[in-house]
Design a protein around this ligand. Structure first.
Ligand code: PEP
Ligand code: MG
Length: 747
């Protein structure tokens, strides 16, 4: 970079710093800044456009264009050259603006005299704030040095905007992060919550974007980068021999931390007058802007690694660490880009709600949030840039909606909804001990699904008659190494202790497909849902299966034990697994351990094939549980994780219900106990139809027991059966409309 530009730029930043420190009001400050910039770079025009709302840019200050157009000229995102800069996050530099693609003539500004145009995005860590524009009469492009210097100035403007330096009365802009915003995402755990934002990783605030002494800033940066490198090396050392993916990320960290290009760019920023932290943030903002444009998943991941690394560096430089959970507000709503299951478990039930920018319906964090019954919304774009610690927020986990800094009217409507839900909850509590008997005398056994220690108190509070599905893999998923047998014994003991004389169905390890153990060698498969998973892994890795069976037998320690194998596709798989159980029992006996008082070994019916197994299988299996989540995806050939097809097929589809009924009939012939433990069991209308098809045990999330019981108690299954039969006779695709109509008439 030319020395001249360097000194000029430092001088300009020095003047900007004086502006920042001045007492001036927002508008006055903006006016003076445009004047300063135009003057210092010797161009006729300098304008600042800022976002009035998400879609609209407004000319907020100008030196050189008509003053009357300030706060009048507006452009939509993507409109004109200014809109293009804002939308793409990229510089536009042209000697002949009027003939450039997308140019929009704005007569009120008087800009027709100016030929050259340079527009630089004003953005901070992925948040688009506005555009800085310089123009001049002479038709010449801006030099690379000039562009670079303007980018540095834009960075400072972004920091000033973030700190509220341009806020004012009247036509001026209102402060950032104060307006109410409605954000939409995907519902991942139902329920409504009101509370205050708790950022899992708070934003680092840079209060000193401009520095006087580049020499000492460079030293600060070098020291911080050194500390960062040492930290990354240490992490790498600790992780050697561990998970390959984690190692890959750390290797990428190390590569970036040692990258000469990254360091050089930050040093150049400092030479132009930025402070060390502002230089880091400038690079980070540009990486985020690139991330938005890159579609290649590998490159996106690497850019995300760079982003994480920059955050670490910023924390070292500013000393702003992770927040201390001792400062949690009384009603925290956790806001994060993403969060691991371990971190989430640490917060535990103290959280009232969770909002994630990324996340997914099947992620481990979601599994934990569900177990803890905390309303969760995932895929909420912009939440981490919009929300500030302590902001008032409403989370609607039923519809995947988040109201940040809501208006009073929204708050009161939301509170009404919460009050209604609380009333319903009271009703459910009042029937907690009532046995579930339908109007026509069918006794339905309502049990719960569980998987974490955090679930156990629900056995009492929900009125569940037992645990119909204990997903043992959750204990494996939330750790970073394989648990030891003794740890498993202790856990299973705690589960059985909490259950007392209620039955607990332990499902053996169900991994593979969407459930990947971080510490087990990951095998890339073209179709993981159809791949090496559940009992298939168990039968191929007998050591793990035996270890788990031993742990279960020892935990039972003479009490009754119920074990269930997941994803049995053919009778032979069940037989082999049962053989392992028998062998383990023999071995435990030899070792002198107490054997279970009674032992039941069941199979999950999750593939249509098992429904057509020879009748002999139904005779020999102790019980069957329909895993409706998987069964449905294979029945309709529609991936349960794929948002494009997930909701396409209704569980109340006549063909599906007919299929379920045929399983009930086969089990009836051999008097094989049958239950249903997919998510549908916890949806009242679906549960009603399953009961009408003959299911007498339904296993569901604890929070669903109240609503399901409430509906079953007032329903007559014979009538529902008749409605389903009529719908079938008519040739309806789904029985839902007919059943809903009947329910409305009942009310
Ligand atoms: C199912 O598939 O319905 C089931 C209960 O198992 P999971 O959801 O754990 O795969
Ligand atoms: Mg399943």
């Amino acid at each position: 970079m030319a020395d001249g530009t360097e000194t000029e730029s430092r001088k300009l930043l020095g003047r900007l710093r004086e502006e920042m420190a001045s007492e001036a009001a927002g508008q006055e400050r903006l006016d003076r800044i445009t004047h300063l910039i135009a003057d210092s770079i010797h161009r006729e025009v300098c304008s600042i456009y800022l976002f009035r709302d998400d879609e609209t840019l407004e000319l907020c200050a100008t030196e050189g264009l008509s003053p009357e157009s300030v706060h009048k000229t507006r452009l939509r995102l993507g409109e004109g050259l200014v809109g293009r800069v804002a939308k793409s996050g990229k510089v536009v530099n042209t000697a002949d603006a009027p003939s450039s693609k997308g140019f929009r003539f704005m007569p009120e500004t008087g800009e027709e005299k100016y030929s050259s145009f340079l527009g630089v995005p004003v953005q901070r860590l992925g948040e688009k704030l506005g555009v800085l524009v310089v123009q001049s009469r002479d038709a010449r492009e801006f030099s690379a040095d000039e562009v670079y210097a303007l980018e540095v100035v834009a960075m400072v403007l972004a920091e000033m905007a973030e700190l509220g330096a341009f806020v004012g009365e009247g036509a001026a802009l209102s402060p950032l992060h104060q307006q109410s915003v409605l954000l939409r995402g995907g519902p991942a755990q139902e329920g409504s919550a009101e509370g205050h934002v708790w950022l899992h990783e708070p934003r680092v605030v840079v209060t000193n974007p401009i520095a006087e002494d580049p020499h000492s800033e460079r030293e600060r940066l070098t020291e911080a980068v050194e500390e960062l490198r040492v930290g990354v090396d240490k992490m790498l050392e600790i992780s050697q021999g561990g998970d390959k993916d984690q190692l890959k990320v750390l290797e990428a960290y190390r590569m970036f931390a040692n990258s000469k290009g990254w360091m050089r760019r930050m040093e150049e920023d400092i030479a132009l007058g930025l402070s060390a932290e502002a230089a880091v943030e400038k690079e980070q903002s540009q990486a985020r802007a690139r991330m938005e444009q890159v579609t290649d998943p590998y490159l996106r991941e690497r850019l995300a690694d760079l982003d994480d690394l920059s955050n670490r560096l910023l924390r070292i430089l500013t000393g702003q660490g992770k927040t201390d959970s001792a400062d949690l507000p009384p009603d925290p709503i956790l806001v994060a880009r993403n969060i691991g299951p371990g971190d989430l478990l640490e917060y535990g039930r103290s959280l009232k709600g969770i909002v994630l920018e990324e996340g997914s319906v099947g992620s481990h964090a979601t599994i934990v949030a569900r177990a803890l019954a905390i309303p969760l919304v995932v895929h909420v774009g912009r939440i981490t840039t919009e929300a500030l610690n302590g902001d008032h927020v409403l989370v609607d986990g039923d519809h995947g909606v988040v109201h940040l800094r809501p208006e009073d009217t929204v708050v009161s409507a939301f509170r009404d909804k919460i009050a209604m839900q609380a009333k319903a909850q009271e009703r459910y509590t009042s029937i907690r001990e009532t046995p579930t008997v339908t109007q026509d005398g069918a006794r339905i056994n309502l049990v719960m699904n569980a998987g974490l220690m955090a679930d156990l108190p629900s056995l009492e509070t929900s009125g569940a008659e037992g645990v119909g599905l204990f997903r043992t893999e959750l204990q494996f998923l939330v750790r970073n190494k394989m648990p030891k047998r003794l740890e498993l014994v202790t856990q299973y003991q705690r589960v059985l202790d909490a259950a007392g004389d209620k039955r607990v169905v332990f499902r053996t390890l169900d991994i593979g497909s969407d459930k990947v153990l971080p510490y087990m060698k990951h095998v890339a498969e073209p179709n993981p849902a159809l791949g090496w998973r559940a009992i298939r892994v168990g039968l191929d890795k007998r050591g793990v299966m035996r270890m788990q069976l031993q742990a279960l037998i020892r935990a039972a320690n003479g009490r009754p034990l119920t074990v269930m194998f997941p994803f049995v596709a053919q009778a032979e798989e069940y037989r082999e697994a049962r053989w392992e159980v028998n062998k383990t029992i023999e071995r435990e006996k030899r070792l002198g351990h107490a054997l279970p008082e009674t032992l039941e070994v069941g199979a999950m019916l999750e593939t249509p094939s098992l429904a057509f197994a020879p009748q002999k299988f139904f005779d020999e299996v102790d019980f069957i549980s329909i895993g409706g989540n998987d069964l449905k995806q294979f029945f309709f050939a529609a991936d349960r994780e794929n948002e494009l097809v997930r909701r396409r097929y209704d569980s109340l589809n006549v063909s599906f219900l007919t299929f379920i009924e045929s399983i009930v009939e086969r089990c009836d012939i051999s008097e094989t106990p049958l239950s249903f433990c997919g998510e549908d069991a916890g949806r009242p209308v679906e549960a009603l139809c399953l009961a009408a098809m003959g299911l007498r045990t339904l296993s569901m999330r604890p929070a669903s027991i109240g609503p399901v019981k409430s509906l079953l108690l007032r329903s007559n299954l014979q009538e529902v059966r008749k409605i389903i039969a009529d719908a079938r006779h008519r040739g309806d695709q789904s029985v839902r409309p007919a059943v809903m109509e009947w329910l409305r008439n009942q009310a």
